[in-house]
Design a protein around this ligand. Structure first.
Ligand code: ATP
Ligand code: MG
Length: 138
């Protein structure tokens, strides 16, 4: 059944000029881009997005990084979108990511790993609402 997920092309990939190549991979894999925009977020906005990780030792580093430059938040749609995007992204640590995955191709480290993807339906709903208003999601 058609499902929506939320993704972000992270600041490292945008800075390196990989946003277009990553979008091409996403479209080639059969995702429809429902909505996309280029924004820069503050550290406080990054903290709100990643609040589930607030007790983790890397929280400061993560939110500093996510507010370090422009990002492309987007809403994607296809059958089984949440799991399929996670598979296309590859492991969190690019050193462990499978050949052909976005993180294998474009990520430098576990911290600067090119792309975010929602991990469950409830997180996708929260994350889509964090970045997009209803009128942007037709
Ligand atoms: P994402 O949520 O961004 O899609 P993920 O679900 O693969 O990634 P999480 O465990 O949710 O991984 O971690 C969120 C993000 O925090 C990671 O994508 C990465 O950028 C950062 N992160 C995770 N573990 C570490 C770590 N050990 N050191 C530095 N940054 C980390
Ligand atoms: Mg995650």
């Amino acid at each position: 059944m058609s499902q929506r997920t939320f993704s972000i092309i992270k600041p490292d990939a945008v800075k390196k000029g990989h946003a277009g190549a990553i979008l091409a991979e996403i479209e080639k894999a059969g995702f429809k881009i429902v909505s996309i925009k280029k924004v820069s977020i503050s550290k406080a906005q990054a903290e709100g997005f990643y609040y589930v990780h607030k007790e983790r030792p890397f929280f400061g580093e993560l939110t500093e990084f996510m507010s370090s430059g422009p990002i492309f938040p987007m809403v994607l749609e296809k059958d089984n979108a949440i799991a399929d995007l996670r598979k296309l992204m590859g492991a969190t640590n690019p050193a462990q990511a499978e050949e052909g995955t976005i993180r294998k191709k474009f990520a430098a480290s576990i911290g600067e790993n090119a792309i975010h993807g929602s991990d469950a339906e409830e997180t996708a709903a929260f994350e889509i609402g964090y970045f997009f208003a209803g009128y942007e999601l037709k």
